[in-house]
Write a protein that binds this ligand. Structure first.
Ligand code: C5P
Length: 220
């Protein structure tokens, strides 16, 4: 069978990562978490004292860090200049700054190129999750999914992941980040015209996985 390319987009807290990883593992495909790449470049900017409120400083440094993503869905990895940053990219500091860094066109051009080359080299195909995969990174994907969920469901899931974090504060932070991601000029978070929208508010993770696996199998 030819390699199958699956794009999964949507805001945070919709179950994108869990779904994408499980679907890739179940179907023997590679997996790419593009949010982790934007978090990794943000981590590098913060670690190197670059002011994230200064787009020209970010643009000037966009090519500097070497970012490598491991695409095995059972053990995805992310390194910056050889350092494992899987932990540090999930801090609140990086989370609060990633939208500003990822809005800079030079950053998007750099990361998009990495994403396209990983997708092109996946022998059996790949599940790529993010915000602009179906619209910009891989417009010719075989299947595009757009996951949504109510703000309540998303905040509840995120606070569950963050163990004991305040649900209201989590919801406010999520809404703020989605608004920034949706309103930026360069490839904002958006549903592609030909994407299948799946509202996960009242579905279990298992149900979402089954739904996406079925859609992929229909395309193969
Ligand atoms: O998915 P995750 O929450 O880890 O993404 C972190 C951030 O990375 C998003 O809020 C967004 O600013 C940025 N991002 C992006 N384009 C993508 C994936 C993530 O701009 N394809």
């Amino acid at each position: 069978a030819p390699a199958v390319i699956v794009a999964i987009d949507g805001p945070s807290g919709t179950g994108k990562s869990s779904t994408s990883k499980a679907v890739a593992a179940q179907l023997g495909l590679s997996y790419l978490d593009t949010g982790a790449q934007y978090r990794a470049i943000t981590w590098w900017m913060v670690s190197n004292g670059i002011d994230v409120a200064d787009p020209s400083a970010i643009a000037a440094a966009a090519e500097k860090p070497e970012i490598i993503s491991g695409t095995d869905p059972s053990a995805p990895t992310i390194t910056v200049d050889g350092t494992d940053v899987a932990g540090p990219i999930r801090t609140q500091e990086v989370t609060s700054k990633v939208s500003a860094v990822s809005a800079v066109p030079e950053v998007r051009a750099r990361i998009t190129e990495l994403q396209r080359s990983l997708a092109a080299s996946a022998a059996y195909g790949i599940v790529v999750e993010g915000r602009d995969i179906g619209t910009t990174v891989l417009p010719d994907a075989d299947l595009k999914i757009f996951l949504t969920a109510s703000p309540e469901a998303r905040a509840a899931r995120r606070s569950g992941e963050l163990k004991g974090a305040d649900v209201n504060a989590t919801r406010e932070a999520l809404i703020k980040r989605d608004a920034a991601d949706s309103s930026r000029k360069t490839s904002p978070l958006a549903k592609a015209d030909d994407a299948v929208e799946v509202d996960t508010s009242d579905l279990t993770l298992q149900q979402v996985i089954e739904c996406v696996v079925t859609l992929v199998e229909e395309k193969r």
